[in-house]
Design a protein around this ligand. Structure first.
Ligand SMILES: [Zn+2]
Length: 500
């Protein structure tokens, strides 16, 4: 360690290592006031200018997010980064890495001015467009966490967000929609990581009030009516709030927007962060298929408002919040009579097919697949598809064991009651404990969630009076149906639980 570093370190740790405690003792927490303007939908770029005050004197590291949810190189989109002091003198940042700038400043130089341009034209995998800020000719979806820098330790970690005030100047005749609150002429943003702003020619409506105040924003032209979207989103919001027994009275935002660049074929990409969900859709020329695709995706993103967004989480358990959410989305649509029982069971059959053909299914458990979700498509598939299959089979088994007294939604509601709204930290141990306690489920969990046992679906379905057809008669698809010969208990069970 060099001598100069020995002097710097205690100050460094005081300021950065326990930011909350340190800032409460310090004169003020760093404050950043920014303006996003110069939004050019055609060129897909925008300008950012910020004033920074309350910084500690000395070396200050500013860092832009570079990776998120498997998307790399986000900070490559930052161009012409400039910093200057209050007198307008240019501060030459030391560039440590892509999107990582080190400034050497003294207290008298504040406020520091930053300016830079962001190019959003980088091509991504279609599934990734909703995962980061985007801008197209009809809409922009601005995720503040990848547009503004954080203040970090000089080695680039232990990053925190300054207090943020933000103004946005959208192009003429575009509007700005967000759940963030405005004070004076700027948005005051308590959690930068969760802040989302949608800009565009937005048609909007409050689609649900009460337990969930849901605003729906639609951008772009579709081959189904806006009213259908508002109605469905409102119904899903009310159904999921009642499923969770939610007493929250927060504002939520759902946005339907086109992809920022032309796409082919029916596809969607979605992200729910904090209380904002964005669903990008590309339709085909069949209105029924297009709306059906949107309808299947919508309740998935909306359930993320609860799971995991209302929890304080210790570790990655995507197998639950992606896989089980995928199943809950289909259950939501069944309960709303948006799909019939056969479509519901067909979705479980399709997830079984996906599991059956998965190349790592007997090597990687759901718990382990969650950790490596972005390392291979096979692991990603396990998280979503096996996760949903196991959720469906868990739900069936629990309903059967308890004679309909308990089901998966009730268990998730218990978890939400206990851990939701960030009451207690939730991790795999707590989650598996809650799933196990709901019935005689320990073996099920060790076989199919923490283990890699083959899923003996025929044997399992037989218990409940169901069967799986997979051959020419079912047109090559794995289809779950009511078995021909069933007992009185099975008949009553299927009637009571699924109405078949
Ligand atoms: Zn998801």
């Amino acid at each position: 360690m060099k001598k100069s570093q020995a002097v710097l370190l205690p100050l460094f740790f005081l300021i950065y290592f326990h930011p909350q405690a340190a800032y409460s003792q310090a004169a003020s927490k760093p404050q950043m006031n920014c303006l996003i303007d110069g939004v050019s939908p055609g060129e897909r770029m925008l300008d950012v200018g910020c004033h920074l005050t309350g910084l500690p004197a000395g070396k200050v590291a500013l860092r832009f997010k570079d990776r998120y949810a498997g998307v790399d190189g986000l900070s490559d989109r930052i161009y012409s980064f400039r910093a200057s002091d209050a007198a307008g003198n240019s501060l030459l940042p030391e560039i440590r890495d892509a999107g990582f700038y080190l400034l050497n400043i003294s207290a008298g130089q504040m406020p520091i001015r930053l300016s830079y341009r962001i190019h959003l034209e980088k091509a991504l995998d279609p599934s990734q467009y909703a995962l980061c800020s985007s801008l197209g000719t009809e809409a922009g979806v601005l995720l503040i966490s990848d547009l503004l820098p954080q203040i970090c330790g000089t080695d680039g970690d232990r990053c925190t967000s300054p207090q943020l005030g933000l103004r946005i100047t959208p192009p003429n005749d575009w509007k700005t929609v967000t759940v963030e609150r405005m004070t004076g002429d700027e948005f005051v943003i308590p959690e930068t990581d969760n802040a989302v702003f949608v800009i565009g020619k937005v048609r909007e409506k409050v689609a649900a009030t009460g337990a969930t105040n849901l605003r729906v924003a639609i951008v772009g032209r579709w081959n189904f009516d806006d009213e259908e979207v508002f109605r469905l989103a409102g119904a899903v919001a009310r159904e999921q709030a009642s499923l969770m027994g939610s007493l929250e009275h927060h504002d939520y935002l759902l946005t339907l927007a086109p992809f920022p660049i032309p796409m082919t074929g029916l596809r969607s990409s979605g992200l729910a962060i904090g209380r904002s969900a964005t669903l990008m859709l590309n339709i085909n020329d069949d209105p029924r298929q297009s709306f059906a695709h949107f309808r299947r995706h919508l309740p998935h993103e909306m359930f993320h408002f609860y799971l995991p967004n209302s929890f304080q989480i210790r570790e990655n358990f995507d197998w639950f919040w992606e896989g089980f959410t995928r199943y809950i989305a289909m259950l939501t649509l069944l309960r709303l009579h948006q799909i019939d029982q056969q479509e519901f069971f067909d979705s479980i059959g399709a997830d079984y097919e996906s599991w059956f053909f998965n190349s790592v299914k007997t090597e990687i458990s759901l718990l382990d697949a969650s950790l490596g979700k972005f390392s291979s498509p096979a692991q990603n598939d396990l998280v979503y598809r096996k996760g949903a299959l196991i959720a469906a089979l868990y739900d069936l088994e629990l309903r059967w064991q308890s004679k309909g007294a308990i089901n998966l939604p009730i268990v998730i509601r218990r978890i939400y009651d206990r851990y939701g709204n960030r009451k207690d930290i939730l991790g795999n141990t707590e989650l598996l404990g809650e799933l196990g306690r709901a019935g005689k489920m320990d073996r099920f969990i060790s076989d199919f969630i923490s283990g890699v046992r083959d899923v003996p679906i025929m044997e399992m379905l037989k218990t409940y009076g169901l069967t799986l057809e997979w051959g020419p008669a079912s047109r090559g698809r794995a289809r779950i149906r009511k078995a021909e010969k069933i007992s009185g208990r099975q008949r009553a069970f299927l009637q009571a639980e699924y109405g078949i």
